[in-house]
Design a protein around this ligand. Structure first.
Ligand code: SAT
Ligand code: MN
Length: 590
């Protein structure tokens, strides 16, 4: 336990910069009380008990789900709200066509109005946090002020939160300010504003996930991506996974997929029985901060310390580790419950729902029992596959970067880019069917470059240039790939089993990175021939494998045309190198 003399200083005296800001927010929002979060277990126990008492948290069956709770959100507040999320840079062009933009002064005035007196009768919590291991030079700090104790509990799990973080802030003086109030939970009075030039986030009117846990998407992606550009690194929407092959060598892969496309499952992959000797370690499941290292390689840390994962579909077959890790010390949001008070969700093989996610008696006529975007919040330490190197201050070296989306057609199972610059084009060209992770229509294909469409804090054209610049700095860059686990046939049947079997594709990538595996050259990049993949013990028809590895020239020509139209909106800011790469693909397609 902390014994240094300063450890007994009240938190409010550790950092004058933080204290001044808290004071000005207190003045604006007029809370009944101010609570500085220590981040201790007893504090969290107390907050939990308080929320149980008020009915905001429901304790689940203690025998089968020890120390697990359920929170039900407002039914109008179940996902990120991209149409209400803004990047407020001084110049509109710096936010780019990929962001909603508002002039900073206008946004500040609007938010001031909303925040005025909004915490009357409530407690204002001050949550100092560190994104990344506490002892890492790659970590960054923030302070979230919130009036939601539920947010505090989530931040406790998702970040290194409390006194040690505030001590680091006091020492370094640099932190991201995040002001959050649940307000009235009125979708018409809801905004998530980012001021990257001021390292400031203001969020009002939602208590849900990425809208409210400001360390996550708001800080670790939108603000951090902006900061990373000026500092020469990358903040990405990527999982980080370690793969140990039967020879005992471990390589690390970072993979970018849109929300609710299986990042958590890939990060916790269980090797199929037919691939003995492989072992998989999770470093992170959602966000990677990537830094060029002194050795010319790219090194990654996971800024988070927990998982805020999609619950439905989790079962022993899809993700054994996740299934096991959420059976204790887990906070569920918007799942259903059984008659004996166990959490329940679609995809679970046992039990049946008695009460749906809104707390109503379950009736299939009302739709799924658990909300499709219901979530678990759980510490990374609960994960049986948590990497022993996940907290290494210098991060882990990345051998391959994977981009992917959810596409019924066009994109083959896997292809490798020709080089870094072509890989930037491949990443930029990601398109994916929308999911329940954000409010709006589900299942429509949209462009989602590097899976960062909702999360890049600046103009994508500048972002692609930054990617190109980072590559130029690396003497030993990771190899870049694209995957699609979600190909279907004309009847809508998935061609690839996914989950653990995805290891076959990852294994090919690592062999490629080591210069060992074969491939065939195509217009879009290198694809494995069936004989280049380890398909031993895999139950997929040869014809399906052929189809998964086919490049449909006509479909790709139209894909390139669509992508060119999309890129046109970035105008003269678009890096010439990217257009050259696209021209190259088009030429090769003939
Ligand atoms: O709600 S979150 O933004 O945290 C989850 C997600 O969309 O990936
Ligand atoms: Mn995500």
């Amino acid at each position: 336990m902390a014994t240094a003399p300063h450890a007994i200083l009240p938190l409010s005296r550790l950092s004058p910069a933080v204290a001044d800001w808290v004071e000005s927010v207190r003045h604006l929002t007029q809370p009944a009380a101010v609570h500085w979060c220590e981040g201790s277990e007893s504090e969290i126990r107390q907050l939990t008990a308080q929320l149980e008492q008020s009915g905001e948290l429901l304790r689940l069956d203690e025998k089968t789900f020890p120390n697990c709770h359920l929170a039900r959100s407002n039914p109008q507040d179940v996902a990120r709200v991209e149409h209400l999320t803004f990047v407020c840079t001084r110049n509109k062009e710096d936010a780019g066509p990929n962001n909603n933009w508002m002039a900073p002064a206008e946004a500040r005035a609007k938010m001031r109005n909303l925040f005025q007196g909004c915490m009357k009768g409530r407690t204002l919590y001050v949550v100092p946090y560190c994104m990344g291991p506490l002892n890492s030079p790659l970590s960054r700090y923030g302070v979230e002020i919130t009036d939601s104790a539920y947010v505090v509990l989530n931040m406790y799990t998702m970040t290194r939160m409390g006194r040690p973080a505030l001590e680091l802030i006091a020492r370094t003086g640099r932190f991201v300010k995040g002001l959050h109030s649940t307000g009235e939970l009125d979708p018409n009075r809801r905004f998530i504003m980012h001021f990257p030039e001021e390292l400031l986030i203001e969020s009002y009117g939602s208590g849900y996930g990425g809208n409210a846990l400001l360390g996550k998407k708001c800080h670790a992606l939108r603000i951090a991506s902006f900061q990373a550009r000026t500092e020469g690194w990358l903040a990405e929407h990527m999982l980080i996974v370690g793969l140990r092959n039967p020879r005992g060598e471990t390589h690390y892969v970072a993979a970018a997929f849109p929300s609710a496309c299986g990042k958590t499952n890939l990060a916790m992959l269980i090797p199929p029985d037919s691939m003995p000797g492989w072992k998989v370690f999770t470093v992170g499941d959602d966000i990677a901060w990537l830094h060029p290292g002194p050795d010319g390689r790219l090194w990654a840390i996971n800024p988070e310390s927990g998982y805020f994962g999609v619950v439905p579909g989790t079962n022993p077959e899809t993700n054994r580790n996740a299934y096991d890790m959420i059976r204790h010390d887990t906070l569920f949001t918007n799942v259903a419950v059984t008659a004996d008070n166990q959490p329940w969700w679609e995809g679970l093989k046992e039990g049946k729902p008695a009460t749906d996610w809104q707390g109503r008696p379950y009736d299939p006529a009302n739709g799924p029992a658990a909300h499709p975007n219901s979530r678990f919040t759980v510490s990374a330490k609960n994960n049986p596959g948590y990497s022993p190197h996940a907290e290494d201050p210098q991060g882990v070296p990345i051998s391959a970067i994977v981009f992917g989306g959810r596409r019924r057609t066009v994109a083959p199972l896997v292809y490798q880019s020709r080089d870094w610059a072509h890989g930037v084009l491949v990443g930029a060209s990601v398109a994916s069917e929308t999911t329940a992770a954000a409010t709006g229509q589900v299942g429509v294909v949209r462009r989602d470059p590097m899976a960062m469409q909702p999360f890049c804090g600046y103009n994508f054209a500048d972002y692609w240039q930054h990617w190109l610049d980072i590559g130029a700095k690396l003497s030993n860059p990771p190899k870049l790939f694209h995957v699609n686990w979600f190909r279907r046939d004309e009847q809508g049947r998935f061609l690839w089993p996914g989950y653990g079997e995805n290891l076959r594709v990852l294994a090919w990538m690592l062999e490629r990175a080591a210069g060992r595996a074969g491939a065939t050259q195509t217009a879009i990049g290198s694809l494995p021939r069936p004989e280049d993949l380890n398909l031993a013990g895999l139950n997929v028809a040869a014809a399906d494998v052929q189809e998964l590895l086919r490049v449909d020239q006509a479909a790709w020509r139209s894909e390139v045309g669509e992508f060119r139209k999309y890129l046109a909106q970035y105008g003269s800011r678009l890096p010439a190198k990217l257009t050259e790469q696209l021209d190259g693909v088009e030429r090769r397609l003939g």
